[in-house]
Design a protein around this ligand. Structure first.
Ligand SMILES: Nc1ncnc2c1ncn2[C@@H]1O[C@H](COP(=O)(O)OP(=O)(O)O)[C@@H](O)[C@H]1O
Ligand SMILES: [Mg+2]
Length: 245
């Protein structure tokens, strides 16, 4: 089982859009996939029209009063299951405070290691005990970056954080919402690509990505031949090769 999380210190950078598409693409590739929506805003759950079953909360899973397996739901897509978000995820930080183990999420996911090939975790933004738990659990932390000057700073902060933990090899990045006509985007991409932590393929700013919210579906489900789906597919193939090598 390979655990990957979509993370950035910043919000609104394409974490959820990417998580929703990568999970669906991996399932279409024939893998057994679980998407765990750990952002209390529940945007990934929204895209999959998934609401948690009654009395199922992330809090109970973390407290071991409910088995992780009981929270898992099927999606309309073969091979893709989801644990939808619920508002209790707001308070997970208190349950996973600095004194408690960093291993809790990893240990919980071990219980489904025989069932799934890939787990995708959609993260809320920011540094937190929840984020630390997710980082520890993850084999790869995928960070979408919009190529602006300010993003360079955010990227450096996150990279430094991983370096201090001795975990920087886990951090892998890609560009999203790229407007290649903007010199600033081009310059930032050139600069950051030197770091070798960024994938070559990137996601342009495309309205079809926004339309995922209208269709409640991933790109390859409602617009399989669109340019947006092609870009996400190329990036996913590159990531897959990178992480499974
Ligand atoms: N490549 C893209 N092109 C255009 N809009 C995008 C793109 N990626 C994401 N968006 C839109 O930007 C907003 C934020 O994206 P989202 O994936 O929810 O970010 P995050 O999870 O990092 O907060 C959403 O409305 C989404 O539809
Ligand atoms: Mg999100």
């Amino acid at each position: 089982m390979f655990i990957t999380s979509l993370y950035n210190l910043k919000g609104g950078v394409g974490k959820t859009a990417s998580c929703v598409n990568f999970a669906h693409m991996a399932a279409r590739d024939g893998y057994k996939v679980l998407l765990w929506d750990l952002d209390p805003q529940g945007a990934a759950s929204f895209y999959y029209n998934a609401q948690p079953k009654e009395k199922v909360t992330a809090k109970k899973i973390i407290e071991h009063t409910l088995d992780l397996e009981e929270a898992i739901m099927a999606t309309p897509y073969e091979g893709l299951d989801i644990i939808p978000a619920d508002l209790s995820a707001r308070k997970l930080d208190l349950l996973l405070d600095d004194k408690s183990s960093k291993k809790q999420i990893r240990n919980l996911l071990k219980t489904v290691a025989d069932t799934y090939d890939f787990v995708f975790i959609d993260c809320p933004p920011g540094f937190s005990s929840l984020a630390d738990n997710i980082f520890f659990a993850s084999d790869a932390v995928l960070m979408p970056v919009i190529p602006t000057t300010l993003s360079i700073r955010t990227y450096e902060i996150v990279k430094h954080y991983f370096e201090e933990k001795g975990d920087v090899e886990k951090l892998m990045c890609f560009f999203t919402m790229v407007d290649i006509r903007k010199n600033m985007h081009k310059d930032v991409m050139l600069q950051l690509h030197k770091d070798k932590r960024f994938f070559e393929y990137y996601i342009p700013y495309l309205s079809d990505v926004e339309k995922m919210g209208v269709h409640h579906a991933p790109l390859e489900a409602f617009a399989p031949s669109s340019y947006a789906a092609t870009c996400y597919r190329a990036l996913w193939n590159e990531i897959k090769e990178g992480v499974l090598e």
